[in-house]
Design a protein around this ligand. Sequence first.
Ligand SMILES: [Ca+2]
Length: 303
Amino acid sequence: MLYTCMLLTFLHAISGYENIALNKPTHQSHEYIYKKYGTAPFDSSNAVDGLKTDLSAFGGQCVISGNGYNTATWWVNLTSIQSIHDIRIYYRTDNTPWDSLNGFATRFLGFYVYVSNTTNKVDGELCFHDTNYSRATIPAVLDIPCLVHGQYVIYYNERPQNSSYSSQYSPDAHNELCEVEVNGCNKTGYYGPTCSIPCRRNCCYCHIETGACQGCKPGYKGHNCEIQCNGGWYGQDCAHKCGACFGGDRQCHHNVCRGHLIETVKGIALKIVEYLDNVMQERGRVKGDASPDGRGHNVKRFA
Ligand SMILES: [Ca+2]
């Protein structure tokens, strides 16, 4: 782990990766309530405020969750799907030596980190699950390689009742995060150490280091998204069957169902005509209406 930390520190020094979680929207499931302070000193946003000099509960720089819960969830919304390189977590130490006697290590153990496009971790990808650390070995500042793309970074921990968790683990689940730094590219469609190399033309996203496609734009498939949809299929992931919009089985446009699009536009136009017609009729009635049929039908209708 020491080698990993040194390597990541070196890569940050030479790369253009930046903390894309800084000051982004956050949430936690069970915020700690302390009557003297209310909830503000323990707010979920404390994990992305850029402050990590005071790692105590009342320093106002850490997220603190309530006692007595079996699960603890915190997430940050990157506000769009972003390419991530790694995640650094600063855990609560209470500014005391971080060793096997520090009780907060028992709360850190066993945590999960997911990256998802929704607030539901099940929809996402598991970047890390601690199954090997002990209270003597888990670092208070932990670097996690996580080369994926997604919108939400979700920290999760659990202490199910009647489980066989190690005696080193705390009885309750907590998320006492003093800072969570998500390092990656702040713009989509680019990769490389300075986030300056465009992904391949038809890739939605690509691997932040290698540029390998990680999802195609609608209408394309293949390892490098170089193949247009064919065989009677079109759209995102070439998952839509041609035929419904043309009344036949011949290959449609690889990207959109044009027949369907035309029908949709025609439908909207007819709705507008109907609306204007009703408006003119109403005006005719309000003005005492001198139109021949008494309903204001001087308006030329569309054929
Ligand atoms: Ca902080």
